[in-house]
Design a protein. Structure first.
Length: 186
């Protein structure tokens, strides 16, 4: 069975995989899932990537991954997201095993690597969102004035800026008005 067949199986079992993932999250982690809205679109993109149905303009589902990562809860802790992805890996392979499918190691590796890339994209997006939130909440850093009331001194100017401009060595001759070249006899 090739990666294409695994992609088709993931597509067929998508609902069952999502339900198994949800049960595992409730039992093992509790609380609100961090990737709950992203699971079904992630499984769809995984299926497309394994089948090779992704458009040629994008590398193995890169755009699809970014669209799915928008659905990850932005307030989630990175450790929670990683644990939920671990449960998603488990749900995928248990659903395919229950379906009676044997998956070769290289096909399993392709699916696992794609899911690992999805995890990396989710963690990267969470970090970017946190940085934006920090910037909005705290604003730019403002340096307070010194306590003695003195103004802070700016950094010194470069040496080139301190030198005066060079003086012209020869006096300039006046330029004749345009159209007159002047009389050479004068």
């Amino acid at each position: 069975m090739g990666a294409v067949a695994v992609g088709l199986l993931v597509e067929e079992q998508r609902g069952e995989i999502a339900a198994a993932w949800k049960r595992a999250v409730e039992e093992e982690l509790g609380g609100e899932p961090a990737i709950g809205f992203a699971v079904l679109p992630l499984l769809r993109e995984l299926s497309l990537a394994l089948r090779g149905d992704a458009p040629a303009s994008r590398p193995r589902g890169a755009d699809g991954l970014q669209r799915c990562m928008v659905l990850v809860r932005s307030g989630a802790q990175p450790a929670r997201v990683a644990r939920e992805f671990k449960l998603l890996h488990r749900a995928v392979w248990e659903a395919l095993r229950r379906a009676g499918r044997i998956v070769a190691a290289n096909e399993r590796r392709a699916a696992d690597e794609w899911l690992d890339e999805a995890l990396a994209a989710a963690l990267d997006r969470l970090e970017r969102v946190r940085m934006r939130i920090d910037l909005l909440e705290h604003g730019p850093e403002i340096v307070p004035a010194s306590r003695d009331g003195a103004r802070p001194t700016p950094p010194p100017l470069p040496r080139a800026a301190l030198r005066p401009p060079p003086l012209p060595t020869q006096p300039r001759r006046p330029i004749p008005p345009s159209g007159s070249l002047g009389d050479p006899r004068k």
